[in-house]
Design a protein around this ligand. Structure first.
Ligand code: GLN
Length: 483
């Protein structure tokens, strides 16, 4: 049963091949048995899962239907879940139990999903390797010595290892697409504003966006359907109707114009990844797509701009963790200043502290214009590049990551080396555009992803292209050894 996709589970539940409770018990057992190798879960919510599965079975027995009714999933541990610890991968929130559900959690629960647990992540979603978690590094099921990517690395490893069919993730600079690429999953970062951020612990509010991680585009369509939509509680949520994503999967790709940015294929890209990207282009051409070379001239400025804007927003968002209101508090503070200093110094890990310092510096009087304002101007130029490119193409295609999943620890001494891994993903966040990563092959047994970007609210187009590609390739069906 653990090999089933969400779509397969929906069929099995509908024709009564198994109940949600049976499936949930089987997957929980598998998680308890196999997750110690991966460390992909921070909390396993057995009781909640069984109760939700029983409720879903009762709803089906009463005549209700729905693709997600009774489907087991997990949430990245920054989505607030009522009555369950929501740690954000940090010692700061190790003892925090949320009093309410995030909108995404509530909507998916209403659709009938079963929450198996909360997945491991980089602390406060800062990272590309899932090594900065207070709960330890997550291992890549394709090679346990390698990172699964981050920051949604727990969701990625768990889904890739067939511990469950799908999970939620969030993407501020690539944290859905990059771990999806490094673990051979399909992951979608929606348009900014498509999925509510209410109850999602904030990292960089103008960039953060929740989305689905699954093995197929078809499953991402199902999960996104349950997540997307206007939410009056999130002031940046956009009141646009949500299309039927599953209905868009089967469109023909005849005449689809795919842009390949020339800047994507320069130095810094592993040539073996470049070859697989070209192979995916050939497949899409066979399906009728037309390839055009395009240019995104300001791409080279994206990493410096992002690593000013994201830490700046983080420094502001994380000021709420002060040892007073909630979260970790140091022992025996001498006075208020000592309480702030030690609570934050002991509660946050080193990468989070680095980002808070960089962000505070970039926002400080005298440096604001030089760094933050300049970064915002670059952000606009990057958006303008995309708007110009989308005049002539329907989607943009390229690698998701410049390198394969690296060995755990290999980049620890050099944070900038890790930041450079985000080169292909962060531009979509800066511009607010939707992006998807899909499996496109393997090098030395490690997965490679191809990224597709589309204009605002064209998630359906991304899912359509990925689904058609997955009808003629089988990379997404490969299973890591031992799982
Ligand atoms: N790697 C990027 C960062 O560390 C992106 C993380 C994310 O998308 N949450 O900021």
């Amino acid at each position: 049963m653990h090999q089933l996709t969400l779509a397969g589970i929906a069929r099995g539940l509908a024709d009564k091949s198994f109940s949600s409770e049976e499936l949930t018990r089987a997957l929980l057992q598998r998680i308890h048995q196999l997750d110690p190798q991966l460390n992909s879960f921070i909390s396993i919510t057995d009781e909640l899962a069984i109760a939700q599965a029983k409720a879903a079975d009762a709803r089906r027995a009463a005549g209700e239907s729905g693709a997600l009714l009774g489907a087991p999933i997990a949430h990245k541990d920054l989505f607030c879940t009522q009555g369950v610890r929501t740690s954000c991968g940090s010692k700061m929130l190790d003892s925090f139990t949320s009093p309410y559900d995030a909108t995404v959690v509530a909507r998916l629960a209403e659709a009938g999903t079963v929450t198996l647990g909360k997945t491991n992540m980089d602390e406060f979603a800062m990272g590309s390797a899932n090594e900065s978690s207070h709960y330890g590094a997550v291992k890549n099921p394709w090679n346990l010595e390698h990172v699964p990517g981050g920051s949604s690395g727990g969701s990625a490893a768990a889904v890739a290892a067939r511990l469950l069919p799908a999970a939620t993730g969030t993407d501020t600079g690539g944290s859905i697409r990059q771990p999806a690429a490094l673990t051979s999953l399909t992951g979608l970062k929606p348009t900014y504003g498509r999925v509510s951020r209410w109850g999602m612990i904030a990292y960089a509010s103008s960039l953060d966006q929740g989305g689905p991680m699954a093995r197929t585009a078809e499953d991402c369509a199902l999960l996104l359907q349950g997540m997307a939509g206007f939410d009056p509680k999130d002031s940046t949520s956009i009141d646009e109707p949500v299309p039927d994503y599953s209905a868009s999967l089967n469109g023909s790709l005849q005449g689809l114009r795919i842009g390949l940015p020339k800047e994507y294929f320069g130095a810094g890209l592993d040539p073996r990844i470049a070859d697989l990207v070209q192979a995916s282009v050939k497949e899409l051409e066979k399906l009728g797509a037309v390839i055009k070379e395009i240019s995104l001239p300001n791409m080279q400025h994206a990493i410096p701009a992002y690593y000013v804007i994201a830490p700046a927003e983080a420094s502001s968002n994380l000021s709420r963790f002060d040892g007073v209101r909630f979260g970790y508090r140091c022992e025996n503070p001498r006075d208020l200043t000592d309480l702030y200093k030690r609570s934050r110094g002991e509660g946050f890990g080193s990468e989070v502290q680095r980002r808070i310092m960089v962000g505070t510096y970039a926002l400080s009087a005298g440096y604001y214009d030089a760094y933050y304002l300049k970064a915002q101007k670059i952000r606009r130029l990057i958006k303008n590049d995309f708007m110009a490119a989308f005049e002539g193409v329907d989607v943009i295609l390229g690698p998701t990551t410049p390198n394969l999943a690296w060995k755990i620890g290999a980049k620890n001494a050099d944070p900038v080396a890790e930041y450079l891994e985000d080169v292909y993903t962060i531009t979509a966040n800066l511009a607010g555009l939707p992006g998807l990563s899909m499996p496109a092959g393997f090098v030395d047994g490690l997965p490679v992803g191809v990224q597709l970007l589309a204009p605002y609210f064209q998630e359906g187009r991304l899912l359509n292209v990925a689904h058609q590609y997955q009808q003629v390739t089988d990379w997404h069906t490969r299973v890591p050894n031992g799982f």
